[in-house]
Design a protein around this ligand. Sequence first.
Ligand code: B12
Length: 313
Amino acid sequence: MDEQLIQTITKLVMEKLQAGDQAKQQDVPVKLYSSQASGALIESSKENDAGGQVTFHKIAEGKVAAKQPSNKEPVVEKETELAKELQSKTPARIAVGRAGSRPKTNTWLKFRLDHAAAVDAVYGEVPDELLKELDLFQVQTRVKDKEEYIRRPDLGRKLSDEGKELVKKKCKSSPSVQIVVSNGLSAKAIEENVEDVYLSLVQSLGNLKIETGTPFYVDKGRVALMDEIGEVLQPDVIILLIGERPGLVSAESLSAYLCYKPRIGTIEADRMVVSNIHKGGIPPVEAGAYLGTLIQKILKYEASGVSLVKKEG
Ligand code: B12
């Protein structure tokens, strides 16, 4: 977000707060604007005060009840039709109101719950039974523990010496497609989604007659780990199913990162991602089937990411 936009938002929020303080048992008109540049929602009690070079478009209008604070009664903004309509459009925490200057108890508890789920997802472990069920052997990166994983992304981009040896020994060399799974930043994402995504991906690749290598699981991996795996196994395509950094809406979202011939030195623009795979986003089974067809396209054009877009025309 640029400086200009931050200043505009701060100004509008301050005005809104002052308007709330001055209002006496009356409804405060609220207009909501969307900035073209960021898609951010701006709340304002005036129409033409967006200021600066950012263009705002009015997208909704309504009233929020505001009361004069008294010693006996806390200020509680009522839910309006407008708030309900906005909330129905996104799982983001918008128009949740406040009690005085504080969040409402429910809002605060929900925030604490979602935050705890996010922390659990990062620090959790993928159950061994799941890896056994999917017949995935496990290797480590150069990371010692979760704290180091968070502080040193570079170590999550390299296999441990033993891991590298095991991969060399156990995996088929130069396959068309190498499937790799990693907990990444959410073990919960793997636990909840990987079985459906993986099985439907394998089925999709089988139907398309695309050869796959020996799949395996990497503990505490990062996306660019695919470059080193590419050097070791020389596949045409790597697909890495990895846990996304949890947000406060979902802590169990999985991403599939793909790259054509990833090798040391591969640039980020040549990777691609299908993100938000979870029950509230892209359904896992659907994602697996789609990923098969995406890999077919990558193999056909011998390119991925921006290079694929260029070749497709
Ligand atoms: C963190 C993050 C970033 C960080 C990554 C820094 C870091 N080292 O972690 C920063 C701010 C740099 C970033 C940049 C971008 N991101 Co981003 N990012 C995310 C986020 C919030 C989490 C990703 C994650 O958990 N990865 C898993 C962990 C384990 O990976 P990692 O190894 O630690 O980090 C790598 C990945 O995060 C990867 N990555 C991050 N974003 C993207 C985007 C693309 C297209 C690719 C190929 C890779 C990639 O690059 C990191 C370094 O290798 C997701 C949201 C989500 N729901 O997934 C969006 C998300 C993946 N990003 C997105 C986009 C659009 C971008 C940018 C293209 C934005 C831009 N216009 O510049 C760039 C591209 C960066 C790239 N590598 O090519 C979109 C992708 C949409 C899509 N389906 O194509 C997402 C889904 C957000 C969204 N909802 O729009 N991103």
